[in-house]
Design a protein around this ligand. Sequence first.
Ligand code: PRX
Length: 655
Amino acid sequence: MSNVEAIARPAPEAEAEDPHVNGMAAYDALVAEAEADYAGYWARLAREFVTWKTPFTRSLDDSNAPFFKWFEDGTLNVSYNCLDRNVERGLGNKVAIVFEADDGQVTRVTYSDLLARTCRLANALKARGVRKGDRVVIYMAMSVEGVVAMQACARIGATHSVVFGGFSAQSLRDRIEGAGAVMVITADEQARGGKHLPLKAIVDDAIALGGCESVKDVIVYRRTGGPIDWQPSRDHWMHEETEGQPEVCEPEWVGAEHPLFLLYTSGSTGKPKGVQHSTGGYLLHAALTTKWTFDLKDDDVFWCTADIGWVTGHTYIAYGPLALGATEVVFEGVPSYPDAGRFWQMIQDHQVSVFYTAPTAIRSLIKLAEGDAAVHPARYDLSSLRILGSVGEPINPAAWEWYHRHVGGGRCPIVDTFWQTETGGHMITPLPGATPLVPGSCTLPFPGIAAAIVDETGNDVPHGQGGILVVKKPWPSMIRTIWGEAERFRSSYFPPELKGYYLAGDGAIRDAETRYFTITGRIDDVLNVSGHRMGTMEIESALVACTDLVAEAAVVGRPDDTTGEAICAFVVLKRARPTGDEAKKIATELRNWVGREIGPIAKPKEIRFGDNLPKTRSGKIMRRLLRSLARDEAITQDTSTLENPAVLAQLAEKN
Ligand code: PRX
C-alpha cells in the first residue's frame, strides 16, 4: 500500500475552524514565498511575531558560514516579548500558567503575576551581581519558579543553562564548569510520584567535586522544606532574596544574536555539547511554530508534558506559549502517579485543548490502560482536546493509532514533530488544518525549512531511497555554536563533504508519491531512550571510570517496545568473567554506578560480561556484532576477521 492510500484520515480542515495555515494551498504558498525570497520571508515573520526595541535592518548574514547571524542589528528582550507585551495587550488577568503539583494542588498564575515574579527575581539576581552575558545554571524540577528563573535570566541578559533534575552531581558539575556559571538556581528538593528527591544536596556535591569556582551564589527555592545543608556565605533562599524587590525591572535590551541559553546535549563523541541559542531567531521560531504547528488560538489551553530540562520544555513551555499569550499547564509530577489516569484526569480538569507528549509516555500508558480499565482514557471526558502532538522519537503506527483513537477520539490531528536541541524548534511536522496525516511520518518541512535527504557526498537521493537528513539553508532558530568549541561545532554539523548543509545526525526516507519524510533513526552513536538523548561513548566512559572493576566496555542500543531504544552494555572486568548470581550482583552494582556518574536515565537495561570484546585483529571493536547480540539475533556477519570469536558465545548469554 502506498502512503497516498494510507492518507485515509478525515480532512484535517474539518477539525480546526479557521486554522492559521488553512489547507495545503496555504502551506504551498508559504513554501513558495520562502523559496522566492528566503531572507525576506523570515524578516516578514520576525516583524510579525517579535516586538523589537530597535528594528533590524538585515535578515540573514551568511558572510561567515556556518556561523550564521539573523536580524543582527535588531535589539529585543525575550522576557518583554513573553510577559510585558501581553500585559500591555490587556492580557494581564489572563492565566498564563496552570500549575499542578505532584500532590494535585493547583495554582493559577496570571500574566501580571508572572511578570511581577520575574521582575522580582531578576532584581534579586542583579543585586547578587549577575550581569548581562553571565551564565546561570538552573537545576530545578517542573515549577512556576523554574519558568520564572529562565524568564528572569532572559530579562537581565544572563544566559541560562538548565540542567535536567535527573542528572547526577558529576554531570551537573561538568555543565556548571563548562558554562563557567556564576550562579546556580535550584530547589531544596523535588516532589515526584509521591516521593521527595534531593536537588540542593546534589548541587552541594557537584560543587564539592571541584572545578565550579566560578559559582558565587546558590539560590534555593523552598519546595518541600526537607532537610538540607547550608553554606551561609553562598546559599540564599529565593523567597528571602525576592522579598522587598521591586515588581518592576527594566528589560536589558540585547542584540538578536545575544546567547539566550545554552543547553547541553549528547553527541556521538566526547563530552556533551553546550548548544548555544540566539535571542531573536530563537524567539521567532518558538512563537511561530507554537502558533502554526499547534494551530494555537487565544482560548486554547496548551499542555506540553516535557521537562524544562530538555529543549522541548524550553521552546514549548518557557518561551513559545508565553510569547503568544497562551494559557498553559505546567505539571510537576509523573504520568503514573497516583495512577496511570493522571494525564487524562488533568486534560479533563483543565480542559486542555492542545496536548503535546512523547511516544514513550503514550506507549507506557497504553500498557497500563490495557491492564486496568480504570485508567483507560475512555473513562475520562477528553472532549476539550482539539490537537495532539508527539515529540522526541519516532512514534510507531500502533501507538499513533491508539493515541488518535482513544485520546483524540478519532477527531484530533496528531502533529508528529521532528526536531532537535540544535534546531530550536520544529523542523518537519504536519500543520493541523493543512497536512493530511500518515501514522509514523512527520510529513513535510515547516514552511521555510529546507530539509532534504542526501548521500555521503551531499547529493540528493531519489525519493523512496533512504539517506542522510540535512537542512540545506540556515534558519533563524538554529544552533549558533557549541559553547566554547567553535571548531567542534563546524565539524559536527557542517562536515565538508556535505556541501555546507546542516547535518542532523538522523537517517530519513521520503515517500515517492507524497514526498513525506519518515525518520529512520540516528546514524551516529547517539541513543534515544524514552526520548532522552544519550551518547554511547558517555556511558562507556562512565563504566570504565569504575576502575576497580571494569577493564573495558562497549555500549549499543537495541529496540525496546516501551522506551524506543534500550541501553545494552558489554563489559570486560578486571577479574574473571562472573556468572550466575555474581554476574547479577555486579551488573546491579555497575548500573547504580552509571546512575551516579550520569543519572538514572543512563542506567543500562542489560549488562553482559565477556572475557573480551569482539575485536578485529587490528583491535577495533566490532559494534555491528554487538548490536546483533544485543537484539539476540543470530550472527550472520562474517566473523573470519575476528581475533577472538569465542567471546561471542559468552556475550550472547544473558544474566
Ligand atoms: O533522532 C531524532 C529524535 O530525537 C533527536 C533529537 O533529540 P533531542 O535533541 O534530545 O531533542 C528531542 C526533542 C526535540 C533527533 O535527532 N527525534 C526527535 N523528534 C522525532 C525524532 N525522531 C523521530 N520522530 C520525531 N518526531
